[in-house]
Design a binder for this molecule. Structure first.
Ligand code: DGY
Length: 325
């Protein structure tokens, strides 16, 4: 008998075809997230789930889903999953690293360029019919090339951003709880800095770490004050790492110049005051959203799930201890 699984959100045809070869699949192709009660009811008789960062896989849900053996997240970030609760119940949890690294780094760069050169403001202006001719001081932005880029969080994506920055001849400084080996620093032309040094020196600060209790409000009013008034903040990693209310105030009063945001506290809701500001570029959590990458993410999650349910080790297993329980 094939294992029974749930796919919680819309995926690609090839993902469903692959899953159907190995599992009995119930899939939600409406692309509306299940509420927690519906999700729990649907998972009661399932052996596995392919889920997204919009699905909360917490202890309360897991205690009702006694058959569940694997939670395969279609994302590299997994703050929607209570990993400790999964491990305690012997539920394997997996994510989708690697396949989205370049694409997500591209988006961070896109936000940096768009914010520095005021692209969304410029587009709104032209669409509103306000452009009546070239003039010297029109939409003055700041240069990305040769500027100092501060990357906080030097994991896979942070490192690729550092490589992209070399093409723009930027000076790269970084901060991370774990300092890189000297040869990697050299290859990336990246210099280690304390968080305060980085905030004080960077023209652009890019955040690239996972969300967890230790990174909650890593950037708040105090940190924003440490940045240069000319600096730009980019958050394309997770909401909650920045105190959005403090950021709104900093953008309003000129504590920093601008921000480019792909993620928000409490998304998809977000602080409506961002909409009133010209010095912010907003995107709806699309960091990994190219067709090739989203297809690769869905297939990676599917392969993780199938490996877990057919006695193998999922390539992206987050909690190897779960297999022993
Ligand atoms: C991730 O994989 O964590 C991304 O945020 C999803 O787009």
């Amino acid at each position: 008998m094939k294992p029974k699984i749930l796919v919680t959100r819309e995926v690609f045809d090839e993902t469903l075809t692959f899953l159907g070869q190995h599992c009995e699949v119930e899939s939600n192709q409406q692309d509306a997230a299940f509420d927690p009660e519906t999700l729990a009811r649907k998972l009661v008789d399932k052996d596995g789930v392919v889920c997204c960062l919009t699905d909360r896989m917490d202890a309360k849900l897991l205690e009702r889903c006694l058959r569940l053996k694997v939670v395969a997240n279609i994302a590299v970030g997994y703050n929607n999953i209570d990993l400790a609760a999964c491990t305690a119940r012997g539920v394997m949890a997996t994510n989708t690293p690697e396949v989205l690294t370049d694409t997500t780094a591209d988006l961070a760069f896109a936000l940096m360029l768009a914010t520095a050169r005021r692209l969304t403001e410029a587009e709104a202006y032209i669409r509103a019919g306000q452009w009546h001719g070239w003039h010297l001081k029109q939409m003055l932005g700041v240069d990305v090339h040769h500027a100092t880029l501060g990357i906080i969080g030097m994991g896979r994506i942070g490192r690729v951003i550092a490589r992209r920055a070399q093409g723009f001849e930027m000076r790269v400084i970084y901060h991370d709880p774990v300092r890189l080996a000297a040869d990697i620093e050299q290859r990336l032309k990246a210099t280690y800095a304390s968080k305060d040094e980085l905030l004080a020196q960077a023209d652009f600060v890019i955040l690239q770490m996972p969300y967890m209790p230790q990174t909650h409000h890593l950037i708040g009013a105090a940190e924003l004050k440490k940045m240069k008034p000319s600096a730009i903040l980019i958050n394309s990693t997770r909401g909650g790492i920045v105190d959005d209310a403090a950021l709104v105030r900093a953008l309003q009063d000129g504590t920093i110049r601008a921000a480019g945001l792909d993620t928000f506290e409490g998304e998809p809701k977000f602080n409506p005051e961002f909409l009133e500001l010209k010095n912010v570029v907003l995107a709806p959590h699309v960091g990994s959203s190219t067709e090739a990458t989203r297809r690769a993410m869905a297939m990676t999650a599917a392969k993780n799930l199938v490996a877990a349910l057919t006695g193998g080790t999922p390539p992206n297993l987050l909690n190897p201890e779960a297999r022993k329980n």
